[in-house]
Design a protein around this ligand. Sequence first.
Ligand code: FMN
Length: 315
Amino acid sequence: MRRRIPAVDLATAIGSVRLPNPVCTASGTSGHGIELARHLDLSELGAVVVKSLHADPWPGNPAPRVHATPAGMINSVGLQGPGVAAWLEHDLPDLLATGARVVASIWGRTVEEFARAAELLADAPAGVVAVEVNASCPNLEDRRNLFAHSVSATAEVVDAASAAGRPRWAKLSPNTPDLPEVAAAAAAAGAEAVTVANTLLGMVIDVEARRPLLGAGRGGLSGPAIRPVAVRAVFDTHEAHPTLPIIGVGGIAAAEDVVQFLLAGASAVQVGTATFADPAAPAKVLEDLGRWCDRHGVRSVSELVGAAHRSEGGG
Ligand SMILES: Cc1cc2nc3c(=O)[nH]c(=O)nc-3n(C[C@H](O)[C@H](O)[C@H](O)COP(=O)(O)O)c2cc1C
């Protein structure tokens, strides 16, 4: 008799948003539209999170913008983008036509700019299932400190994003010891979930030129080098807020990496830097996740969420 391979239930819920599986793209690493569609079926992913959009077109930072680092990369792309209105007109229709669930990421330099970006999304089609509020960007009204480093500023931008009229996810920064408090503030302001986390602050110096290598000087570190930091950030956030849905992100390149984030407390994950090495990485990670679960007798990914807290070691 042939052995029947048990189907793994990969479905997950992020607050009110139901996704067929937990593997999404990470904002900024797969463009604004269908850039990855030549390499994978975007409708098979949990969701496609597009690069953060400002209310207006934005030129980004001077080159060089990216540089390889040990086990990762550093970038200071500077949130270049076409602006929400142009994205709605030129990028979103093709993206929705793929059948993908789309998450629109927004950013601003002031609370008012977040509000304007959100307002422009109010009439977006229903395929835009959520808005990710990228609070990990500089606040012009607070000496360029990141919004996500402040409990009150995070609450303000999450609140401002309510103008979009759809579920809000707050994208937080791992560069603050107050992450659990910031997550609580985001939730209190209406975020249905928190995305943990954005890049680590970093810099590479060009020793021949004796100055910072990236055009903008400072940058954000990503890739496998930051994975343990991101896993701990998810773990701490879940420990402090066990009922708050978390989307884990940072250095995911394989199914085992996804499982780490789920065990730490994430209900979904995003694949970012791995996509630069292999544009099909999100789809491959998803396929491998199904096999991993099957091999380990996991019938539903929901069994894994937060399970590391139930068998926590010391240290
Ligand atoms: C080139 C590049 C551009 C990025 N742009 C954005 C962005 O526009 N908005 C955002 O919220 N995060 C952005 N990120 C951060 C990623 O979404 C992700 O949080 C981070 O890179 C960690 O995940 P990873 O190690 O899988 O890349 C960017 C990352 C990279 C490498």
